[in-house]
Design a binder for this molecule. Structure first.
Ligand SMILES: Nc1ncnc2c1ncn2[C@@H]1O[C@H](COP(=O)(O)OP(=O)(O)OP(=O)(O)O)[C@@H](O)[C@H]1O
Length: 335
């Protein structure tokens, strides 16, 4: 199954916040949908779920218009809303029935998810008596009810402690392994890095990159080789590379240098005592995200005057490979 998000535009009070967004999500792969506060993630999800309509553009499933009434979608909205005075079991059963399950199957489904999230003891307790994190688990469970084909989660990790985040990560992995189509937004780059096969980054309503995470990382690595020096040896390694007439850039505990296999083979064998590891540079998701979106102006402001996305109708693959920003953590020490 493939979800194609095609040329979605949305304005509020005359201000366009989604500028012809286009990207695709495939089933059996987890897609992370990323952007700074106010970038347009929740608005995209709300258009997808027909909470309100986009001004133009379309959502297609395998080429046909997405129909939330026909396609089974599990949705965790950003604004959490459940019934505080109702027991966990009753309300999950109710939500499963709303999604078309029969009563008995709905009850079983509800209890299975309550068990999955370790909340058996609370099954007959009112939701409002649970901690915020446990309420969040029930909100997530609600999105998994009734065997959805498509799972859309807006900030699912917010409010979860690391142990519960782990339980939830396993639930997502399980859904992906069953061939579900999964897209979620998150600000937690470490989780994204761990979980996602694909990512899409938006900035002020524009796509800045979309595609397989590994390819985006390779591209963001800009063909650089990373040498991890043993503690305290970073300066010596950087100086030795520069003395050999090559560019050397300090990057935290790493020294980055343009890939040159013959030079690197002899350099690594000559300096192996001061080298902990060496290989192609793969920036972290956090670094890539900051490089792509870490400009000074906030996303929430009105009247952005960026040019329209030149890639209207096509998935953009622009990455850090061609970008240099002052926010890059890279610091040049020698050339
Ligand atoms: N109902 C609305 N009326 C007016 N403006 C809106 C409305 N909903 C969203 N916006 C604006 O649209 C832009 C995108 O907001 P959106 O909530 O989609 O961002 P987001 O990426 O989900 O942010 P966050 O990470 O903070 O949740 C923001 O500038 C926001 O102020």
């Amino acid at each position: 199954m493939q979800l194609d998000i095609r040329n979605i535009r949305k304005s509020f009070e005359g201000r366009e916040v989604l500028h012809s967004l286009s990207f695709s999500v495939s089933s059996g792969r987890a897609m992370g949908f990323l952007g700074r506060n106010g970038a347009g993630k929740s608005t995209t999800f709300r258009c997808l779920m027909q909470v309100f309509r986009q001004d133009s553009g379309e959502f297609l499933i395998d080429g046909a218009p997405l129909d939330p009434a026909r396609h089974r979608i599990g949705y965790l909205p950003e604004e959490r809303g459940m019934y505080g005075k109702t027991t966990l079991a009753d309300q999950l059963e109710y939500f499963a029935c709303l999604k078309g399950s029969r009563r008995k199957a709905a009850r079983r489904d509800a209890l299975d998810w309550i068990h999955y999230f370790g909340l058996d003891d609370y099954a007959s307790k009112r939701l409002e008596t649970l901690s915020k994190g446990n309420q969040q688990k029930i909100q997530i469970a609600q999105a998994f009810l009734a065997d959805p084909d498509i799972i859309v989660l807006d900030e699912p990790f917010s409010g979860l402690d690391p142990v519960n985040a782990q339980v939830f990560k396993e639930a997502i992995r399980h859904m992906v392994s069953l061939g579900k189509l999964v897209i979620f937004s998150s600000h937690q780059m470490a989780y994204v890095e761990e979980m996602c096969d694909d990512i899409t980054v938006i900035d002020r309503g524009h796509i800045v990159t979309s595609g397989p995470l590994e390819a985006i990382k390779a591209s963001a690595g800009r063909g650089l080789y990373a040498i991890e020096a043993t503690p305290g040896a970073e300066d010596a390694i950087a100086t030795a590379i520069a003395a050999a007439g090559r560019e050397a850039t300090r990057h935290g505990g790493l020294v980055l240098t343009p890939r040159d296999d013959a030079f690197l083979r002899s350099f690594v064998s000559e300096h192996f005592e001061r080298i902990a590891s060496a290989g192609d540079w793969r920036p972290s998701m956090q670094e890539i995200f900051i490089d792509l979106t870490g400009h000074d102006d906030a996303n929430d402001g009105a009247g952005h005057d960026l040019d329209e996305n030149p890639d209207d109708g096509a998935t953009s693959t622009r990455t850090t490979a061609t970008r240099t920003t002052t926010s890059s953590p890279t610091e040049r020490t020698a050339a």
